[in-house]
Write a protein that binds this ligand. Structure first.
Ligand code: HEM
Length: 172
C-alpha cells in the first residue's frame, strides 16, 4: 500500500513535470511563430530600396512645367516653397540654403545650371543656356551638381526656356 502510493505520488510528480515541460514548449513555439512568422516588418518596397543613397520620405508629386516667370515666384519670398532648376529639372530645395538671407538665395526660383557649371554664384549666369560655351570640364562639374540635387531633392517639374534663355552674344 505504502509502496503503491509512493509510486502513484512519483507518477503524479512526473505527470506535473511533463505538463510543465509541454507548457513551456508550447509557449516557446507560440513566441517563435509570433516573432518570425507573424512579424509585421517594413513593406517590401522599403526593404528593396537601395540603402546607399538618401531618399527623402516624400510622396510622389504631380510634375508640371515652369516658365522663367512661374519659377521666379518660388523664391521663398512670396510663398514658402523654393524651387531651383538644374539641367531644366525643377527641384524643391532647402530653405536653409536658398531662403531669404541664406547663402544661395540668389539662385532661388531660377534655372542655375550655367552658374553651377561655371562655379559662380551670380545672377548673370542664371536662366541661361548651359550648353553654349560650356567646356567639357564645366559640364562634368554640372553633372556632379545634378547628381547631388537628384539624390537630395524632390522633383516638381521641368523648366521651359524662353527666348532670353538662349545665348547669341559672346558670354562670360
Ligand atoms: C568659399 C567657397 C565656398 C564655400 C566655403 C562653400 C560652402 C558651402 C557649404 C558649407 C554648403 C552647404 C552644404 C550642405 O549643407 O550640403 C554649400 C552649399 C552649396 N554651395 Fe557652396 N561654398 C563655396 C563656394 C561655392 C561656389 C563657388 C558655388 C557655385 C557653384 C557654390 C554652390 C553651392 C550650392 C549650389 C550649394 C547648395 C547645394 C544644395 O542644395 O545642397 N558654392 N556651400
Amino acid at each position: 500500500m505504502g509502496k503503491a502510493s509512493a509510486a502513484q505520488e512519483l507518477s503524479a510528480t512526473t505527470r506535473i513535470s511533463y505538463a510543465v515541460a509541454v507548457g513551456v514548449l508550447v509557449f516557446a513555439v507560440a513566441r517563435f511563430v509570433q516573432r518570425r512568422v507573424l512579424r509585421q516588418g517594413p513593406p517590401a518596397h522599403v526593404l528593396s530600396a537601395p540603402t546607399s543613397v538618401y531618399i527623402r520620405p516624400v510622396a510622389p508629386r504631380e510634375q508640371r512645367a515652369f516658365t522663367k516667370e512661374e519659377l521666379a515666384s518660388f523664391n521663398g519670398v512670396e510663398k514658402p516653397s523654393i524651387y531651383v532648376s538644374v539641367k531644366n529639372v525643377v527641384f524643391d530645395v532647402a530653405p536653409q540654403l536658398y531662403g531669404n538671407g541664406a547663402p544661395y538665395h540668389i539662385y532661388a526660383g531660377k534655372e542655375i545650371s550655367r552658374a553651377l557649371a561655371k562655379s559662380r554664384v551670380d545672377d548673370v549666369l542664371c536662366n541661361k543656356d548651359f550648353v553654349k560655351d560650356v567646356t567639357s570640364k564645366e559640364m562634368d562639374t554640372l553633372d556632379l551638381w545634378f547628381k547631388k540635387f537628384e539624390g537630395k531633392y524632390a522633383v516638381v517639374g521641368w523648366y521651359v526656356p524662353d527666348d532670353t534663355y538662349y545665348i547669341t552674344a559672346p558670354t562670360e
